[in-house]
Design a binder for this molecule. Structure first.
Ligand SMILES: Nc1ncnc2c1ncn2[C@@H]1O[C@H](COP(=O)(O)OP(=O)(O)OP(=O)(O)O)[C@@H](O)[C@H]1O
Ligand SMILES: [Mg+2]
Length: 255
């Protein structure tokens, strides 16, 4: 894998655990001594809010508009760098509609500053908007967080199509690192059924061995502006995201 490894966390369905995964996986990877940048590419700014990085004067919009340098927009939290987003990103996105090269903006922005990081994780908005396409163009790999529910499967087809499209055109190297199963509950029959269905129907898409269990600590942590590692280091959530980081780092070592 090239350095840095750029991972986009994508699912156009809302509330599937994208932000929770970006923050806590990033923090888990940092635990292994890696240099991590979290990029908020969602105008909702949830990732920035999560880590209390939302009151900054500057955001990623200002970097894209070249009003401010990349380094000046960075915020440091829990051993990671964060490039925050806010609602101005929605206006910016609208203004990009007729801009030539609009799909490459984030890639260009990262390219100039990436060398200092081992991993860059991009939190995407729940849509297949031009910003999400920017993330897919910039990324080497994709993580798709998915809950084992019937409605979650519904959207999977759409993301996979978009990824194929991006691979065929602008980013042939793009890889799906895996579907990440969240809120896994082995006692629920639907969990098993959906899991089996995905394995059968999308057998070309890897599924991470690590599952993220339902854990209220993951829900509470953002109210304190902390990752689950700072808020509840002994929790299942911390354990699961640490295992996921281990799985990802091991995968990388093999490739
Ligand atoms: N493993 C988990 N156990 C319990 N709750 C979880 C877990 N993962 C995420 N959640 C909760 O589910 C909700 C949605 O998670 P999150 O905000 O990460 O999703 P998202 O995909 O980023 O949403 P959006 O599409 O709006 O950006 C949040 O309230 C979060 O705390
Ligand atoms: Mg989110």
């Amino acid at each position: 894998m090239p350095k840095p490894h750029i991972i986009a966390v994508v699912n156009q369905k809302g509330g599937t655990g994208k932000t929770t995964t970006t923050v806590n996986l990033g923090r888990a990877i940092a635990e292994f001594g890696k240099k991590v940048l979290l990029m908020d590419l969602d105008p909702q700014g949830s990732l920035s809010y999560y880590l209390g990085a939302n009151s900054n004067v500057w955001s990623i919009s200002d970097v894209i508009l070249e009003d401010i340098s990349f380094h000046n927009a960075l915020i440091q939290r829990e051993n990671m760098h964060i490039i925050p987003a806010d609602v101005t990103l929605a206006d910016l996105e609208l203004s990009l509609v007729n801009y030539q090269g609009r799909e490459q903006i984030v890639k260009k922005m990262i390219e100039q500053h990436a060398q200092e990081y081992d991993y860059i994780l991009i939190d995407c908005s729940p849509s297949l908007s031009i910003l999400t396409v920017n993330a897919l163009v910039a990324a080497h790999s994709i993580i798709i967080p998915l809950q084992m529910e019937v409605l979650s499967m519904h959207g999977l087809e759409l993301i996979l199509e978009t990824i194929e499209q991006v691979k065929k055109t602008v980013n042939p190297e793009l890889q799906i690192m895996g579907i990440l199963i969240l809120m896994y509950n082995i006692r629920r029959r639907i969990t098993q059924e959906v899991h089996n269905h995905i394995k059968k129907t999308y057998n070309f898409v890897p599924i991470f061995q690590t599952h993220i269990r339902t854990d209220v600590k993951l829900v509470e942590a953002p109210s304190f502006g902390k990752s689950v590692f700072e808020y509840a280091p002994q929790s299942n959530g911390a354990e699961d995201y640490l295992n996921l980081a281990r799985e990802i780092i091991a995968k990388e070592a093999m490739s």
